[in-house]
Design a protein around this ligand. Structure first.
Ligand code: FES
Length: 118
């Protein structure tokens, strides 16, 4: 596997207190913006896999839209179930776009679909 960068959205489409996500190989990956900083996480809630980018972001905590589980977006820690943590992913801005870096199989081309889920 190698780190690959996937386009999430334009930088002007992601404001403080918002999230955007992409779906790759049927899994969501989310980028949250808090106080000007960007945080990339696995986007599937640990409960029933709802897309956390559709949740409500309050400060640095996102509340899942389905049943209210909470996660700290700065480190992926689940505040509802101690010990559960979402994987973190690097994020960068380049060429006016927000990108998320994922360890990705080199032969996964064709599975990626860019676009926001909310
Ligand atoms: S799917 Fe997220 S709390 Fe149930």
């Amino acid at each position: 596997m190698a780190l690959r960068w996937f386009k999430v959205c334009r930088t002007d489409e992601l404001k403080d207190g918002q999230a955007r996500s992409i779906r790759l190989a049927a899994r969501p990956y989310a980028v949250f913006k808090v106080d000007g900083a960007l945080y990339g996480l696995d986007g599937a809630c640990g409960h029933m896999k709802a897309n956390l980018a559709s949740g409500r972001l309050c400060g640095d905590v996102v509340e899942c839209a389905m049943h209210g589980w909470e996660y700290r977006v700065t480190d992926g820690e689940c505040l509802t179930v101690p010990g559960m943590r979402l994987a973190q992913h690097p994020v960068k801005t380049e060429d006016g776009q927000v990108w998320i870096g994922l360890e990705w199989p080199a032969d996964a081309s064709g599975t990626e679909t860019n676009g926001e889920d909310r």
